[in-house]
Design a protein around this ligand. Structure first.
Ligand code: NAG
Ligand code: NAG
Ligand code: NAG
Ligand code: NAG
Ligand code: NAG
Ligand code: NAG
Ligand code: NAG
Ligand code: CU
Length: 739
């Protein structure tokens, strides 16, 4: 069924792209500037800066005489500046550290133009140590640390730049598409990944599920290094969430486990219903729902979309065995509470379907406790192929190298506390003119808007591909941007502890309209951690509502008495976060702070904060103007709503020409609805209870090198089945030409 083409909203969006001075309209997109590099990975460093990483590729932007694949984007000006990154950060994982720095793990060997192996080879000759043109170093074992800096700092100083030198800091083994999760003491556990990359982490038939002839990395390790001789057999970019017990919830393929990483014991949880795969490359959206006093800080994980295509279609390292772009993505959502407080058995629970099927949809938790899903496609999977599929040669691929088609360009919002059947809505949301497919990213900004960037289903930069390498960022404004007045709290803290004395925040009367008592009842204080975004995930993303009581003052100001973080660092790991105050679902700006003592190690813990009782004043009221109209998507402002038509007017003037070019791209977008896939995964009922130790892996030097992948897909010669694959390419650090 062809839905009505959203001409007007498209025009408004185009206008937004052309004008940086437009006011923020709820439900709309605006120009986010040029990111200079394709934004495969992003994180918000502080109130001023977003850091962006790409793979080493032929971006026009240069730094120190080579194409840039790192950048810093200024939140106020939307200007990006290239940053030097030495190693190839292609498809890394990443996480915050307790002191607010960020660290990324692994990547690809050095590559040059066209995604080919770098000019200087690692010993063994099968992968790149360095490339003379792109000047990237092997990133397969890289650990890169960035200390976020602000405008007041000297960005040229080494302390504001990436520290990226594997001769000093490196992983124990090569990892591409690993998962990363912070623990309650601020360590990071880095799990699994490919050794060399590929479409999926297997040969076919799958006769060696553990190491795939040494192409899969079934181990995990810690940063800072911590000897724990155990391994895991998880797939690439597994979904990981630390639980209050300290165990890690891990979901990959259709399996789910609770993993006690300290003791390396794995407790199976139910399989994903319907055989829907959520990890890369099926790439469903996933998030931990907000942790609140109401749910007693009990995590529930939601998964939406991905793919239920038959397992055969996933093919092998080389490519899918089916034309994925014709296979509808899943619309299904499931929730699970891995550690129910009542001691009941954890179970997946079917949730409302998304409004459309999505692969590569991405959940952004908003300060108001709702979840936005952005980006992705109706058909297919993540990944790209420069060598076709098993059934279609490269020349026959209708969308260039993309394995997905049918961009979903309208965001949707999910309300986890709404009654079943009414949790999803996209009412009042514009469509974006920019498809966001493989290697897109999105993250919450401090003003509670959402930065959306990237999209590059191409082996190297290609701005003329069907789905081109994309540099334009956009900002999406959730429904609460309809509010005329945003709360402006005073006294936001710079640090928080686990338990301990409560603290006060003042809300001035100018922050809201109407009865003070009602406003105080409708106020929440939340901690947001946007995480490290890549591959439709936000690693480490969390939302926690702090407990609070209040004193209403006679002048209409409200003093909030706010509890510290619950006294369990596993509920909200130590590190950076933004604090927002919501009044009737309208958030303030976020204020940066550090949770915990800023150091890796056992966090100091005090008893849970004890809060004074509420004090009300019946006659007090706020002084913001009263709401006049209803905003988009049922958002009601604290003090009124707005939705100007300025964007539309400018759009009609400047958008006409661009529209013609865009129609072809957009028109197919809302065509397809998900179809039930004919076949399903075969659920596995049993799993081994322990991961094997690294001593089961062949020693690096005993492995006979066969072939090496230079980049993600298709550029590689396929392996014959049973081939032994190069695992550790005799990584001689002292021979790396580091400057
Ligand atoms: C934060 O900690 C990491 C080590 O865990 C360190 O490398 C980094 O320099 C620290 N950042 C600052 C700003 O001190
Ligand atoms: C929140 O604070 C109230 C008031 O002190 C208290 O009754 C309640 O138990 C607290 N809730 C949680 C989850 O700590
Ligand atoms: C998505 O797949 C369906 C079913 O195969 C197909 O009808 C539709 O044309 C595809 N959409 C796009 C944009 O290719
Ligand atoms: C870019 O994509 C177009 C369209 O698919 C293709 O014809 C062209 O060869 C590609 N360019 C590069 C440099 O790969
Ligand atoms: C929020 O931050 C923006 C800048 O990003 C600023 O223009 C605005 O005034 C702030 N709003 C409040 C309520 O502090
Ligand atoms: C996912 O797991 C199932 C059950 O263990 C297995 O049969 C299937 O091959 C796996 N899928 C892929 C793509 O490897
Ligand atoms: C591309 O795929 C075909 C099979 O479709 C295979 O014969 C060929 O070797 C592949 N080429 C590369 C460079 O991987
Ligand atoms: Cu990738």
């Amino acid at each position: 069924m062809l839905l009505p083409f959203p001409f007007l909203s498209l025009l408004a969006s185009i206008a937004a792209m052309f004008s940086t001075s437009l006011a923020a309209n709820a439900g709309s997109f605006s120009d986010g500037g040029n990111t200079l590099i394709s934004a495969m990975m992003m994180f918000v460093g502080n109130e001023e800066k977003v850091y962006i990483l790409d793979k080493a590729e032929g971006n026009k932007a240069q730094i120190n005489g080579h194409p840039a694949w790192g950048a810093v984007w200024d939140i106020a000006s939307h200007q990006a500046t290239p940053m030097d990154v030495r190693t190839n950060s292609f498809c890394s994982s990443g996480m915050h550290l307790p002191n607010g720095s960020y660290i990324t793990f692994g990547g690809n060997g050095a590559i040059g133009p066209g995604g080919n192996i770098g000019s200087q080879l690692n010993s063994g000759g099968f992968s790149g140590a360095w490339d003379s043109q792109y000047q990237d170093f092997d990133g397969t074992r890289a650990m890169r640390i960035l200390n976020p800096c602000a405008n007041a700092n000297d960005f040229a100083s080494a302390s504001c730049q990436w520290f990226d030198d594997p001769t000093i800091l490196s992983l124990k083994s090569t990892r591409w598409y690993s998962a990363a999760e912070a623990t309650g003491d601020g360590n990071v556990v880095i799990i699994g990944g490919f050794v060399n990359g590929g479409y999926v982490n297997r040969n076919y038939p799958n006769i060696d599920p553990l190491t795939e002839g040494n192409a899969a990395n079934p181990t995990y390790e810690y940063y800072p290094p911590r000897f724990l001789a155990t391994t895991s057999g998880l797939n690439a970019y597994a979904h990981t969430f630390l639980m209050p017990s300290g165990k890690i919830f891990v979901q990959a393929n259709i399996s789910t486990v609770l993993w006690d990483h300290e003791n390396n014991i794995e407790t199976p949880l139910p399989n994903m219903p319907g055989g829907v795969a959520r990890v890369y490359p099926a790439s469903g959206a996933t998030a931990m729902l907000p942790l609140t006093p109401d749910n007693n800080y009990t995590p529930t994980i939601i998964f939406c979309g991905g793919s239920d295509m038959p397992e055969y279609n996933y093919g092998d390292y080389r490519f899918p065995y089916a034309d994925t772009w014709n296979i509808p993505a899943s619309q299904d959502c499931q929730r699970i509470t891995p550690e129910p407080k009542d001691g009941s058995a954890p179970a997946y629970e079917q949730d409302d379907n998304m409004l459309e099927g999505r692969t590569m949809g991405q959940f952004i938790i908003l300060p108001d406790g709702k979840l936005l899903v952005v980006n992705g496609a109706l058909n297919g999977t993540a990944g790209y192929s420069s060598n076709g599929t098993l059934v279609t040669p490269q020349e026959g691929m209708p969308f260039g190298e993309s394995l997905a088609s049918g961009p979903v360009v309208i965001p949707a919002i999910y309300d986890p506390t709404a009654p079943r059947g009414s949790r999803w809505s996209n009412k009042g949301f514009d469509s974006s003119p920019i498809p966001r497919l493989y290697h897109s990213s999105a993250i919450l900004l401090p003003d509670a808007s959402v930065l959306i960037a990237g999209s590059n289903p191409n082996i190297d930069v290609n701005t003329s591909a069907f789905f081109p390498t994309t540099y334009e960022a956009e900002i999406f404004y959730p429904p609460y941007f309809s509010a005329m007045t945003r709360p402006a709290p005073i006294g936001m803290p710079k640090t928080l502890t686990y338990g301990g004395n409560p603290f006060n925040i003042i809300i001035p009367a100018t922050s809201y309209a109407g009865s003070s008592n009602d406003a105080a009842d409708a106020t929440t204080v939340v901690l947001m951690r946007g995480g490290f975004t890549t591959h439709a995930m936000n690693m480490g993303q969390r939302h926690l509502q702090l407990n609070n009581t209040f004193t209403v003052n006679g002048d209409g100001s409200i003093t909030l008495h706010v509890a510290q973080v619950p006294p369990n660092p596993n509920i909200f790991q130590p590190g950076p976060a933004f604090m927002f105050v919501n009044i009737r679902g309208i958030p303030s700006n976020g204020s940066y702070l550090i949770v915990g003592n800023g150091q890796v190690g056992t966090q100091p813990i005090s008893p849970a904060s004890v809060l004074p009782a509420n004090i009300r004043v019946a006659s007090a009221s706020g002084s913001a103007s009263r709401p006049s109209t209803t905003g988009v998507n049922d958002a009601t402002g604290t003090g009124g709503t707005k939705k100007s038509s300025l964007g539309l007017i400018i759009g009609l003037v400047v958008g006409g020409i661009a529209l013609i070019a865009l129609v072809g791209t957009i028109i197919g977008v809302r065509l397809a609805r998900r179809r039930a896939a004919a076949a399903r995964f075969v659920p596995s009922s049993s799993r081994s209870t322990e991961f094997p130790g690294p001593d089961m892996l062949p020693a690096p030097d005993t492995i006979e090198p066969q072939e090496m992948r230079s980049s993600e897909l298709g550029a590689f010669t396929p392996l014959a089945l049973n081939d032994k694959r190069l695992l550790y390419h005799s990584f001689k650090l002292e021979h790396l030409p580091f400057r």
